[in-house]
Design a protein around this ligand. Structure first.
Ligand code: 6PG
Length: 247
């Protein structure tokens, strides 16, 4: 799978590139088919990017009435819990933009993870006409173990191809999760990874190199029908060949 790799000198520049990409994809999707359906990533990395999307001038460029926000994954915690991906996105982005509340499609982490996954599949079926939900954007991060969304190494969920959303489990955090599956991620028109931290340089290099070791990481399995983009800081890209485009 070909990936466009863009390297930025600092976290702020990489996050800004992610925010501008979000705004441009939103404008294009709404112009082309009347709405923009995006699956957000969680964790700490995207917080600054989400804040930039909500700041002027980007905020005003986005047709919020036609934007639908989903999540790529969620921790099985209530929305007010400090580990909730929804809470992070709500504080950084959703509470600061004029998006209709009905356009915010939260994974219900307060439920049992298997029940939350079933409920989310129903929500995706109600929103998308295609048998496999087709997002305009799936935004992803990567863990230092090569997980993405909540698809963890050697987990049974990696092989699931007949479900859109499943329960999974983060052994490192001893935490049940809800996650989109590979078929949904790969059906997207645009998948974008954002990686800022130097500690992830090795896993980024191995995932992008593929091969025996890199191929074992869930993040390496991401192969969208559309475009695959990696936005990296120099420190996160430091183990890549220098051929990658420096911005
Ligand atoms: C989550 C994320 C997950 C995240 C990576 C990186 O719920 O944790 O969706 O896939 O992208 O774990 O997390 P950080 O950005 O916090 O390093």
């Amino acid at each position: 799978m070909h990936a466009d790799v863009k390297v930025f000198d600092r976290s702020e520049a990489a996050s800004r590139a992610g925010a501008e990409s979000f705004a441009e994809l939103a404008r294009r999707a709404v112009a082309e088919h009347g709405r923009f359906s995006a699956a957000l990533s969680g964790g700490d990395t995207p917080r600054a990017m989400y804040r930039m999307v909500a700041d002027s001038p980007l905020c005003e460029r986005i047709p919020w009435d036609h934007v639908h926000l989903f999540w790529g994954d969620e921790r099985a915690v209530p929305p007010e819990h400090p580990r909730s991906n929804f809470k992070m996105a709500y504080e950084a982005l959703i509470s600061r933009v004029p998006i209709p509340p009905a356009n915010v499609h939260r994974m219900r982490g307060e439920l049992l993870a298997t029940r939350a996954a079933q409920a989310y599949e129903e929500e995706l079926r109600a929103h998308f006409s295609e048998p496999v939900p087709r997002f305009d954007l799936v935004h992803l991060g990567i863990g230092d173990d090569g997980h993405t969304a909540s698809l963890f190494p050697d987990a049974p969920e990696l092989a699931i191809d007949d479900r859109a959303v499943v329960a999974s489990f983060d052994r490192a955090q001893d935490e049940p999760r809800i996650t989109l599956t590979f078929p949904v991620i790969d059906a997207a028109d645009h998948v974008e990874f954002l990686v800022l931290e130097p500690e992830k340089a090795r896993v980024v290099a191995e995932v992008l190199a593929g091969g025996e070791r890199g191929g074992r990481y869930p993040a390496h399995r991401v192969a969208p029908r559309g475009r695959l983009v990696w936005l990296l800081t120099e420190p996160a890209a430091r183990m890549l060949p220098r051929t990658e485009s420096r911005q």
